[in-house]
Design a protein around this ligand. Structure first.
Ligand code: XMP
Ligand code: MG
Length: 187
């Protein structure tokens, strides 16, 4: 169900809270199988991955640590360019660690591709990616995330951590943002 206060801002609900919860549980069973007996460091990419990280981390029955990174991608408007700047780096040393990057969404793949190169250069035992959403039709740089929640159409989505101008992150599901929201002049 779409909350009444944002009903006019969304074209449709793409994923319900229940669908997301169910899929995250399935992803966690895969992760538990793959990392059985290992210590795992989850690296969340701020800010969009906050909700995925919170739910994934609590569903996992493995010993885990959590760390966070904030990056910004230079680019025009909403498109990422692949030129990335670190706004907040990790506190952890990655040397010999098993690292799982936790992402909200893979769009062009440019940000993630840069991040993978960056983290791999720090001498980890392994680096893999878990992303809740992927837009296969928007992919410019091939990245192969080990765990994917849902493949979605190439439309701008919000909710469950994803924002437009910092709004909608607290929606429990994921919905397609109505074009009138981002095409309306602000004054
Ligand atoms: P790239 O294109 O480098 O960008 O894969 C990934 C980042 O861009 C943001 N992004 C979105 N944010 N709705 C959002 O709220 C979207 O549909 C969307 N597509 C991309 C997001 O921060 C992601 O990490
Ligand atoms: Mg993000």
């Amino acid at each position: 169900m779409i909350p009444a206060d944002v009903e006019n801002d969304l074209v449709r609900l793409l994923l319900t809270e229940e669908q997301i919860r169910g899929r995250i549980a399935e992803m966690c069973r895969e992760i538990e199988r793959d990392y059985a007996g290992e210590d795992l460091l989850l690296v969340g990419v701020l800010r969009g991955a906050v909700m995925v990280m919170a739910d994934l981390a609590r569903e996992l029955t493995l010993p885990i640590e959590m760390d966070w990174m904030a990056v910004s991608s230079y680019g025009s408007g909403t498109k990422s360019s692949g030129v990335v700047r670190i706004l907040k780096d990790l506190d952890s040393d990655l040397h010999d660690r098993h690292v799982l990057i936790v992402e909200d969404i893979i769009d062009s793949g440019l940000t993630l591709s840069w991040l993978l190169d960056n983290l791999r250069s720090r001498g980890p035992a392994s680096v893999e990616v878990a992303a809740l959403l992927r837009k296969p039709d928007a992919m410019k740089m091939r990245v192969d995330p080990r765990y994917i929640g849902f493949d979605i159409p190439n439309e701008f989505v919000v909710g469950y951590g994803l924002d437009y101008a910092e709004r909608y992150r607290n929606l429990r599901g994921v919905g397609v943002l109505a074009p009138h929201v981002y095409s309306t002049p602000s004054q």
